[in-house]
Design a protein around this ligand. Structure first.
Ligand code: DQA
Length: 143
């Protein structure tokens, strides 16, 4: 039987994981995260593809693709979480589960990070568990 496809979609500045504010986001690079999620996903029976973009239009295109093909998504919308109605509208079109992940606990940080405009359209939200949040989301999608 073929593995089930899952998209892991990372928003702006997450391509700089490892270099970016390591005290908040850790020292693992995006390439290392992607390799780890592909490996763990395969153990869960998932065919994981990891993508990252700093361009909102590109992310919206990927969310449309996921909606058109009913592909489950793990999404870290990064800063878009806090203000992008366009990303929220794209997530609202989902036809499969979508789990929102934040590496940091957005609720303990600056006030402007406390609200996500995406969460109302997500299946569920994981925040503050570091990179483990992605693996936990994959585990849930595989269940
Ligand atoms: C983030 C939290 C956001 O507030 C921030 O803009 C990010 C990353 C996280 O994973 O903790 O870029 O989504």
């Amino acid at each position: 039987m073929g593995q089930r496809a899952v998209l892991v979609l990372n928003g702006p500045n997450l391509g700089r994981l490892g270099k970016r504010e390591p005290e908040t986001y850790g020292s693992t690079t995006h390439d290392d995260l992607a390799a780890q999620l592909i490996k763990v996903g395969a153990e869960f029976g998932l065919d994981v593809e990891v993508r990252q973009t700093d361009a909102e239009a590109e992310m919206i295109g990927w969310l449309h693709e996921a909606a058109d093909y009913s592909i489950p998504v793990v999404l870290n919308p990064a800063a878009w979480s806090h203000y992008s109605i366009a990303i929220a509208d794209a997530v609202a079109q989902r036809t499969a589960d979508l789990i929102e992940v934040h590496i940091s606990n957005i609720h303990t940080r600056e006030e402007f990070r406390h609200h996500s405009v995406i969460s109302a359209y997500a299946t569920g939200v994981i925040a503050g568990l570091g990179l483990d949040g992605y693996e936990l989301a994959l585990r849930k999608l595989a269940a």
